[in-house]
Each structure stands twice: as structure tokens, then as C-alpha cells.
Design a protein around this ligand. Structure first.
Ligand SMILES: C[S@@+](CC[C@H](N)C(=O)[O-])C[C@H]1O[C@@H](n2cnc3c(N)ncnc32)[C@H](O)[C@@H]1O
Length: 219
């Protein structure tokens, strides 16, 4: 299965197939109780829909799942169109509506955005949250081993320092921020050093410029 020392995926369809039975993201599970309204959620880079399905089972009336991989549609099961809309597009071409989503989730996905497009993407995400909406995402840090040993897939990825990430989110209220370093395997069994930032943030209309950062290892 692996075809290179860093990554085996020439397209994301393989990843989707390997991850289709994964449980929902623990970070997203932690964010759900913080959401005040459960009308509409957005799952960015939704993959095989593990988190999309969890959002629906958590009481969201509707989820928009976006991914560049067209095979995402294979994993929708029999979820009706009234509950789930799937859109196949790249983050780099995304046009999100303003003030729309109660929650935006993005797990292991935004960092695959072409780095010159990342600031525009983050601004769109913030603008498309409703007031009191929650942003729940993780990001690859600059000390991740993929950042120093880049193959074709990683050379345009976005790797962030803590400072750069927090600056990009500084008009949100950070409810949870965690930095993780660990040695571990990719889904296709390749060992690497991971550097991951986890964020849960609130679009607080009363506190647009909060600098309150809560750092802890468990919610
Ligand atoms: C590592 S997977 C994570 C999938 C899912 N969020 C999960 O946690 O199981 C990354 C996902 O992001 C999608 N993706 C990668 N680059 C993308 C881009 N530039 N625009 C949109 N989606 C992208 C891939 O197709 C894939 O489904």
C-alpha cells in the first residue's frame, strides 16, 4: 500500500475508504456541548463523513459537507437531502455564505490548503459563522515532520506556528487550545512525528478581540 516514505495517497479516495469506520473526532465531541443552536453545521474536508454523521446524530438539523474528493458521495448512506448537502470543491475555490453556520468543523483538513490561500480561507470561515457559532478544527504545526521532509503532496500544505495560528483567529474567543507532539502512524501505517494544534473557538459578538487563551490537555 505505501508508495512513498511519507505518504501513500495519490488521491484522497484511498484515505476515505481506509477511514470510513473511524469514530468521530474527540475534539468535535468536546465542542458539541458548547454549541447554542443546532440548525446548520459545516464540515470542511469531511472525508468519509465520520464527523458529518456525528453532527446529525447530535441534533443538527442539517449539515453541509465539503470536500475536494468526489468519492465523498459514496459515504452518505441513505441520509436525505433535507439533512445533508454534499459539495465537491477545493478549499481554494470555496465561496461560503456569511453569518450562516452554527458550527464549523474541520479535522485534519484545512492544512491541506495551498498555503497562499490559507488566510483567505480562514477569513471566509470566520465570516460564515453565525454570532455565537463555534469553530472546531485542528491544524498541522510547523514542527510536524512533513514540514521538513516534503514530498509532492506536502510541499504546498500550510504548516503554522502557534503565533501565526492564534493571530489568524484573534477575532474569535478561544475556548480551548492545545498543542500536541507525538510519534505515531498515518492511517496507511507510516510512522511520523506529529505536531498538531487543536482549537475550539467562539464567534462572540460581545468580545471580538478576546486575547484569552485557555491551554490545557483535556477538556
Ligand atoms: C486527512 S482527510 C480528513 C477527513 C475527515 N475530516 C476526517 O477527519 O476523517 C483530509 C480530507 O480533506 C480533503 N482535502 C484535502 N485537500 C483539500 C482541498 N484543498 N480542498 C478541499 N478538500 C481537501 C481530502 O479529500 C480529505 O477528505
Amino acid at each position: 500500500m505505501p508508495t512513498s516514505q511519507n505518504h501513500s495517497f495519490e488521491n484522497w479516495a484511498e484515505y476515505l475508504e481506509l477511514s470510513k469506520n473511524n469514530p468521530p473526532s474527540a475534539l468535535l465531541e468536546s465542542a458539541i456541548p458548547l454549541v447554542s443552536n443546532r440548525d446548520l453545521a459545516l464540515d470542511l474536508g469531511a472525508g468519509a463523513l465520520r464527523d458529518t454523521k456525528f453532527l446529525l446524530s447530535s441534533g443538527f438539523k442539517k449539515v453541509l459537507a465539503i470536500d475536494s474528493e468526489k468519492d465523498i458521495r459514496k459515504y452518505r448512506s441513505k441520509i436525505p437531502a433535507s439533512s445533508l448537502q454534499i459539495k465537491v470543491t477545493q478549499f481554494e475555490k470555496l465561496k461560503l455564505p456569511k453569518n450562516t453556520f452554527d458550527l464549523i468543523n474541520a479535522q485534519f483538513s484545512l492544512s491541506f490548503t495551498e498555503k497562499s490561500q490559507f488566510p483567505k480561507l480562514i477569513n471566509q470561515i470566520k465570516n460564515s459563522l453565525q454570532d455565537n457559532g463555534i469553530f472546531c478544527a485542528n491544524f498541522f504545526g510547523n514542527k510536524d515532520s512533513w514540514n521538513s521532509n516534503k514530498n509532492f503532496l506536502h510541499q504546498n500544505m500550510t504548516f503554522l506556528t502557534e503565533k501565526a495560528l492564534l493571530e489568524s483567529l484573534d477575532d474569535l474567543e478561544i475556548l480551548y487550545f492545545n498543542e500536541k507532539f507525538f510519534k505515531g502512524k498515518t492511517i496507511d501505517n507510516l510512522e511520523k512525528n506529529w505536531h498538531i494544534f487543536e482549537v475550539i473557538a467562539l464567534k462572540n459578538p460581545h468580545q471580538r478581540k478576546s486575547k484569552t487563551h485557555t491551554k490545557r490537555t483535556k477538556i
